[in-house]
Design a protein around this ligand. Structure first.
Ligand code: GLC
Length: 425
């Protein structure tokens, strides 16, 4: 009996041992089948909107788990998060969802993989030129265009029509129409724009500056135009909108989202913003749904409309352990199918030229062929490696000028001087 019990114990050990060995041997097999995770960080508002892309991608690529990490909404705050992850080393991200203005800095720092060998010139020719250019640094390509962006003027078509106004072309007309509508009690405020000290202020200003015949930094000659009369006139216009009570005083603290909500609640006649506003401002919970239209930005008399060239693309983190899978994600996101689905659902601008005139897209957004023209005139923020410092300087002094802590002349003189020093170093 004892012998039998002992034998049973040994057999149990042997069986357990065999199972354990089998389990250990089996682990690598299971691991191999585990999907690879590809991680990307982006601003919160878009992270939610990417759900349709994530689902579509994972359905087609069961070997890859696309993980979208939500960041803050301001582009420069997301940039800071990426930057610190690279500086600390061992970044948790495989892909970078990149604003067009980040490329020179991220590429110069060596944080991104050069994608030139993965994509041909013919393939790139299908995208808008400025969006492709926004991904180049020196000889390399560090960002594939996902969606384009351009600054626009939204207006209350219902109010303008009822009062017999044509949409404004010049800054002067915008102010006059605003004041008339405000005086008639049609609307509380005239014009909302992004005045907070952040990247959106630089983007809004570069387009206004161009519409006043001025410039920020010439990327070729490194000449700085911030203290020229055109730049001062542009700052004066912004200040006047507040002083004449066309814009609410809070505008100096607003980013895109605050201005969108303000306009959407029916409190203003005009809004400067990006195309993403169109779908949201026409959604069910918007007070202005069906009452709005958009057009190229107003400009100073004698000049043309301009639009800040914005836009987002995807770069690959140089140190990723999974470059092939990361590239599969990039190929999917920049494909015509994925872009079309995203554009139709959320009203962003595509980066592929053909989608601006695609029948389904035009059916839903009749204004897109016109956007293509706006896009061709878009003005870039200076594509230089020190861009984020240059933008910080401009934001600081613009903010001082519009909140009346400095005169426009003094502020722009300081901004120009500091920018020249930065470019000299
Ligand atoms: C939009 C633009 C981007 C710009 C940002 C500023 O997201 O696409 O290029 O930097 O707005 O807030």
């Amino acid at each position: 009996m004892r012998l039998f019990l002992q034998l049973r114990k040994y057999i149990t050990y042997i069986v357990l041992g065999i199972f354990t060995a089998l389990a250990i041997l089996a682990v690598p097999a299971f691991t191999q089948d585990d999907p690879v995770t590809i991680r990307i960080l982006m601003h919160a508002i878009e992270a939610k909107q990417w759900e349709i892309l994530e689902e579509k991608f994972e359905e087609e690529h069961p070997n890859i788990n696309l993980e979208i990490v939500e960041g803050p909404n301001a582009t420069n705050l997301v940039e800071d998060l990426y930057t610190s992850s690279f500086l600390l080393g061992d970044s948790p991200y495989d892909l970078v969802y990149m604003d067009i203005v980040w490329t020179p800095k991220f590429a110069a720092a060596g944080w991104l993989a050069d994608l030139s060998d993965r994509v041909s010139d013919e393939e790139l020719a299908a995208f808008l030129d400025a969006d492709v250019e926004g991904g180049r640094y020196k000889e390399g390509l560090y960002r594939m265009p996902f969606r384009s962006d351009a600054g626009l003027l939204y207006y209350r078509e219902d109010l303008l029509e009822a009062a017999g106004y044509e949409p404004p072309e010049t800054t002067q007309e915008l102010m006059e129409i605003s004041q008339a509508l405000q005086a008639d009690g049609e609307v509380e405020w005239g014009y909302v724009w992004q005045g907070k000290q952040y990247e959106g202020l630089s983007a809004m200003f570069v387009e206004l500056l161009d519409g006043f015949g001025g410039f920020w930094i010439d990327p070729e000659t490194k000449e700085v135009g911030l203290d020229r009369p055109e730049a001062i006139a542009a700052v004066n216009f912004l200040r006047q909108t507040i002083n004449d009570e066309i814009s609410p005083p809070g505008v100096t603290t607003y980013t895109e989202e605050e201005t969108r909500r303000f306009f959407q609640s029916g409190k203003a006649a005009f809004l400067r913003n990006w195309p993403y506003v169109w779908s949201l401002a026409n959604s069910e919970d918007s007070q202005v749904a069906g009452k709005i239209a958009l057009k190229p930005m107003v400009h100073a008399p004698g000049y043309d409309s301009s639009a800040a060239q914005g836009g987002w693309g995807i770069g690959m983190v140089k140190s990723t352990d999974h470059p092939e899978e990361a590239w599969e994600v990039i190929e999917f996101l920049t494909s015509e199918d994925a872009q079309k689905a995203f554009v139709l659902e959320h009203g962003y601008l595509p980066s592929r030229r053909s989608l601006f005139t695609d029948a389904d897209v035009v059916d839903k957004y009749p204004q897109y062929p016109q956007f293509l023209e706006v896009q061709e005139q878009a003005v870039l923020r200076p594509p230089i490696a020190q861009y984020s410092q240059a933008s910080d300087i401009l934001q600081r002094y613009l903010s001082a000028a519009i909140t009346e802590r400095m005169t426009p002349e003094a502020a722009m003189e300081k901004a120009a001087e500091e920018t020249r020093n930065l470019l000299d170093t």
